[in-house]
Design a protein around this ligand. Sequence first.
Ligand SMILES: Nc1ncnc2c1ncn2[C@@H]1O[C@H](COP(=O)(O)OS(=O)(=O)O)[C@@H](OP(=O)(O)O)[C@H]1O
Ligand SMILES: Nc1ncnc2c1ncn2[C@@H]1O[C@H](COP(=O)(O)OP(=O)(O)O)[C@@H](O)[C@H]1O
Length: 196
Amino acid sequence: MSKVIVIPQIHDVNAEMRAELNGHKPLVLWFTGLSGSGKSTVANAVEKVLHERKTRTYILDGDNVRRGLNNDLDFSESGRVENIRRIGEVANLMLDAGLVVLTAFVSPFKSDREKVRQTVGAENFVEVFVDCPLEVCEARDVKGLYKKARAGEIPDFTGISSPFEAPESPDIHLHTDTEDLAESVAKVLSFIEKKL
Ligand SMILES: Nc1ncnc2c1ncn2[C@@H]1O[C@H](COP(=O)(O)OS(=O)(=O)O)[C@@H](OP(=O)(O)O)[C@H]1O
Ligand SMILES: Nc1ncnc2c1ncn2[C@@H]1O[C@H](COP(=O)(O)OP(=O)(O)O)[C@@H](O)[C@H]1O
């Protein structure tokens, strides 16, 4: 590709002014974990509470991203890398728009999560490890995908035929096999309280 020159445009209304108008700071809450670990469930419950508190939020997850913006990407390593890169860029735009963005993607590679942290700025990024043993996720089998993966019908399935690199020092560490949803939600809310 030939070199592209892009000069950033400065607008009169900036992120600080949007935060002032909203009455809270923006943030990216990045949920990562195996399929069925509880990313969507916890993100959804946290968003409900924040919304009731008049916080401006948006959830980015597979349904609204892999079906649309990223419907050209598969689950190969390069497909996942590009998936997370684009989601990081979208989250960054939403952050600039003043939102608390909750993302619910497997995001199995440490280096991709680190790149997102750089993209949005470390001070705006909260990594939430939704930890749940593979056996429990597989027993839940919310979408019946583990059964298909075990039968060899889905290639590159995370935890079975594709790796998951667990965060080493997540900002928030949830254990959805031993704590209930209310406990997980409370942990997230208490961590982000001082940041908003
Ligand atoms: N091969 C393979 N591996 C893992 N997951 C698979 C796969 N194929 C389809 N699915 C379903 O797609 C959801 C994961 O998509 P993500 O965009 O979050 O994946 S990734 O971050 O790019 O790794 C994931 O959704 P969740 O169950 O909500 O995590 C699965 O339901
Ligand atoms: N403590 C918990 N936190 C979140 N989900 C839980 C918990 N205990 C059981 N579950 C169940 O586990 C499943 C998680 O599914 P989901 O949220 O779709 O996971 P993911 O988005 O990571 O694929 C749901 O059926 C949910 O009801």
